[in-house]
Design a protein around this ligand. Structure first.
Ligand code: NAD
Length: 231
């Protein structure tokens, strides 16, 4: 099997960590795109997977360029879901494959399932559910894509009732999410705290390997299900 080659779109906090983790895994990073040097269909790239951790407004153009060049795409950038149809359309009409996740951490993706199961068990009882989302002061979107995904997973168990999300944007915490259920008698708290950005990079590279040769628009949960099934 030829080793995976990747190109990074966005070279900030996450792009740099993906670069380091890729180097540690022996993967070749062939190019790095930024605001000053955006990724476009005339970039001349072939045989690489695009890994995008940039800004929301750049994602539709990145998807169009990847589609034009027939390059698979991993989208880690958050906050662009209002343009989902456009992005998804570019991917599906071109026959390329893409994996998208608001959180590529393996731990968080297991955490989604735990939150969903807890909601399933507790919704019938007098437990008020809530979600807390704490990120560093530089994070642009609020609530985080992860908090919204946790709520989406819990929603089927609460009907019309929306699970509240409270957000803090302060300090330097890479990412912390908790799900609570409070009753007159007690509180249940599930928490996920990222220690650094490495887990996101590991998951994105796992997705980059998985998407090779798989057309269509996928989520990281499908990657996780495959990984768990093969263990
Ligand atoms: P950052 O601000 O440190 O870096 C953003 C980078 O995007 C910069 O290098 C900037 O030059 C670049 N950029 C801006 N416009 C561009 C363009 N048109 N083309 C290419 N690059 C462009 O941000 P970050 O902390 O690295 O986070 C990036 C994104 O990833 C955010 O949306 C963040 O929420 C998300 N994120 C996702 C996960 C996940 O697991 N899915 C984890 C962490 C962060």
């Amino acid at each position: 099997m030829t080793p995976l080659k990747i190109a990074l779109v966005g070279y900030g906090n996450m792009g740099r960590v993906v670069d380091e983790v890729a180097a540690a895994r022996g993967l070749e990073v062939v190019d790095r795109f930024t605001r000053e040097k955006p990724f476009r269909s005339d970039s001349g790239l072939s045989g690489v997977t695009i890994v995008d951790f940039s800004v929301p407004e750049a994602v539709p153009e990145t998807a169009r360029a990847a589609a034009a060049l027939s390059l698979p795409l991993v989208i880690g950038t958050t906050g662009w879901h209002d343009r989902m149809e456009e992005v998804r359309g570019a991917i599906e009409s071109s026959g390329i494959g893409a994996v998208q996740a608001s959180n590529f951490s393996l731990g968080v993706n297991v955490f989604y399932r735990l939150a969903e199961q807890a909601a399933r068990m507790l919704a019938a009882f007098d437990y008020d559910p809530f979600i807390q989302d704490w990120h560093h002061r530089f994070k642009k979107d609020s609530p985080s894509g992860t908090a919204l995904e946790i709520r989406r997973r819990m929603a089927p168990h609460y009907g019309e009732r929306e699970v509240p999300i409270s957000c803090q944007r302060a300090g330097y915490v890479p990412s912390e999410h908790s799900v609570g259920f409070d009753s007159p008698a007690d509180t249940i708290h599930l928490q996920h705290r990222a220690r650094n950005r490495q887990g996101f990079a590991e998951g994105a590279l796992l997705a980059a390997g998985w998407i090779a040769g798989r057309p269509g628009f996928h989520t990281f949960q499908e990657v996780l299900s495959d990984v768990l099934a093969s263990e």
